[in-house]
Design a protein around this ligand. Sequence first.
Ligand code: ATP
Ligand code: MG
Ligand code: FE
Length: 359
Amino acid sequence: PLILGIESSCDETGVGIVRGHELLANEVASSVEEHVRFGGVVPEVASRAHLEAIVPTLERALATADVDLAEIDAIAVTAGPGLMGALVVGISAAKALALATGKPLYGVNHLAGHVAVDLLEHGPLPQPAVALLVSGGHTSLLQVDDVATKIIEIGATIDDAAGEAYDKVARLLGLSYPGGPVIDRVAGGDGDPAQAGDPKAIRFPRGLTAQKDLVKHRFDFSFSGLKTAVARWVELRRRDGLDIPLADVCASFQEAVCDVLSAKAVEACTALGSEDLLIGGGVAANGRLRALLAERTEEHGIRLRRPKPALCTDNGAMIAALGAEMVRRDLRPSDLDFGADSTMPVSRPLCRSGADPGP
Ligand code: ATP
Ligand code: MG
Ligand code: FE
């Protein structure tokens, strides 16, 4: 079946079209440039940008996939979590399309979408599988029993998300927004290996890895202490009139983040007896995280499933991929009275209706 997916939870307007696990189109319009001067996403600006981008993005996706709206079998849209005013734009568009075409509509979970997108590239997910979800608003370890119906969060950040830490550290270093890709680039020497930073230059703290923390927080993360440590290190250098070795600071900060993420992800696979580790979310596009995970999963005989970077950041294909799973399982579609759920938990992949939020 042909599934159309619509994403508008943050600053990307995405429309994707899939046929089963086959990706036919993935059009993304981002309002990121409009937020740069504010150093973060401004909700009202994002909503307006979605409103302007939604129809042209939909038209481009249909053209790229070379399909007619009438050929679409089902529509999926991000119901949450995300910015309320941004979500509403995608949901309204999706409801209008569903009403006009008479096709079933699935209000789905953005975070489950970050997991489901991997199926487009690497096929069905064996069980038990573990997913490391690392994005701008979330950082967690998930036991994925079934991406369409059963995702259990086994650990999560107790403060900042990994992407949020990247963005905040970039800001304090005077680098531009969003910080993740910039720090990734600067740490790597901006394409020149001779300019690459030394990940061992500064030993920044690894949150929740001490023996005493592991008792209660074995699979949890904490990045706010790391952010403060970077801020203090930079402040002391400036006070002493020393220059800031930007590449080294970026590489060392990045190493602290990726070291903890990959160690706990591998540990979760071992604990759950999972031979498959999947990664998703914007930070899963990070070069160092991908490399370190490749090393460590190989050491432990774990298969690593890494979606290509363009599928890690927000897009419509991930929502279409999740919708395709709902259809494949014959799940009942959402009633048209469902609304945006800005705090929708990852444990609820599908929103059934306004009255009954579902499983
Ligand atoms: P959520 O998915 O939690 O609702 P979001 O949708 O805003 O949040 P994503 O689009 O999945 O988040 O990811 C955006 C985040 O990913 C930003 O914090 C950004 O800095 C980070 N990011 C993107 N590319 C990279 C990279 N190469 N390295 C590190 N971080 C990155
Ligand atoms: Mg974004
Ligand atoms: Fe996201």
